[in-house]
Design a protein around this ligand. Structure first.
Ligand code: UDP
Length: 323
């Protein structure tokens, strides 16, 4: 059994990972300021409500609890918002991470799994994307994750901090065992918005149908949150076994268009999704698909439930619980 600190553990992916770690016999403490996460995602006894800027409080917590590793999810994640308030993203995502790393250094915690993103690649030159493609972020959000990944490189070299950066593609679905799912406010993600259109009858807007893809809509790599959570467990196992620092894409390797996702939602729910086609959304690359061979090969990860119908079925069941 190991003991982990989960920052952002009241959020969607953090709480799913925390509950999977608990189910596999590990101990977990969550730090979350609840600015974006939800208290109902964490058992009260495990929650320490604090902001990552509280370096001393973090250090004291780490000295008291003697964690084996930190899994660092806490961050703002909305690309659009990051273009409206870049300072918010640099201060929270980069500043928060620096404070966390300072606390870790002082408390002697030397392993970290970091939530990174496909947004570090911007508009990639080649699809599927391998980890050796250059950082070319096109939003402050993507840049904030690049900056932290770079800091982690230096922390490895000069502080002996071993870290794994996981670059998520499109996280979606809901974990059927822990009943955690997407509850963002405001919601910007495709599948919850397709469900909302079904529930309310108000059409969802498809952001552009003039891309050079098979049906003109954007292609993304949709990865079930349970498979994503498992990638964190693989990364922790790697670090606990003395593994070196590295970065990995987390996706399925196959892409779906927005219309294919919409059709899958209609098939699984048996309901029509009202929609209109609108303009392209600023900053949306036409296609983002992961090559995740490295994660499979080196960390033994395998997606188990990321078929789009399974994703939609689990997300729809979660939707039924909260609405
Ligand atoms: N999308 C859309 N309408 C919406 C929300 C999203 O057409 O109301 C499209 C978006 O342009 C992208 C895909 O759905 O191609 C996934 O978007 P999401 O915001 O879920 O994730 P992102 O790819 O931005 O991380």
């Amino acid at each position: 059994m190991s003991k982990f600190l989960i920052t952002g553990g009241a959020g969607y992916i953090g709480s799913t990972t925390a509950s999977r770690l608990l189910r596999t016999g590990h101990e977990v403490v969550v730090v979350d300021d609840l600015s974006r996460g939800h208290a109902h995602n964490v058992e009260p006894a495990r929650l320490r409500r604090m902001n990552l800027s509280e370096t001393d409080a973090l250090r004291r917590l780490m000295e008291r609890e003697r964690f084996d590793a930190v899994v660092h999810f806490a961050a703002y994640i909305a690309v659009g918002e990051s273009t409206q308030a870049p300072e918010l993203y640099f201060s929270n995502n980069v500043g928060g991470s620096l404070s966390l790393l300072t606390a870790m250094t002082h408390a002697g915690v030397s392993r970290l799994v970091f939530s990174s993103t496909a947004a570090v690649y911007g508009n990639p030159d080649r699809i599927p994307i391998t980890e050796d493609q250059p950082f070319q972020p096109v939003s402050p959000y993507g840049e904030s994750k690049v900056m932290v990944e770079k800091v982690l490189g230096w922390m490895d070299q000069f502080r002996g901090l071993r870290s794994v950066a996981l670059r998520y593609f499109n996280a979606c679905g809901a974990d059927p065992e822990s009943h955690r799912g997407e509850e963002h406010e405001p919601e910007t993600h495709l599948i919850p918005l397709l469900f909302r259109a079904i529930r309310t009858g108000t059409p969802v807007t498809i952001f552009g149908e003039d891309y050079e893809t098979k049906d003109g809509t954007c292609i993304r790599d949709y990865i079930h949150v349970s498979d994503l959570a498992d990638a964190h467990i693989c990364a922790l196992n790697h670090l606990m076994a003395g593994g070196h620092s590295d970065s990995f894409n987390v996706g399925t390797g196959s892409g779906l268009t927005v219309m294919e996702v919409l059709r899958a939602v209609e098939d699984v729910t048996g309901r029509k999704v009202p929609y209109v086609v609108g303009a392209r959304r600023d900053g949306d690359p036409p296609s983002l698909v992961a090559n995740s061979d490295k994660l499979r090969k080196f960390l033994g990860w395998e997606p188990k439930c990321s078929d789009i119908r399974a994703i939609v079925a689990d997300a729809w069941a979660f939707e039924g619980r909260v609405h």
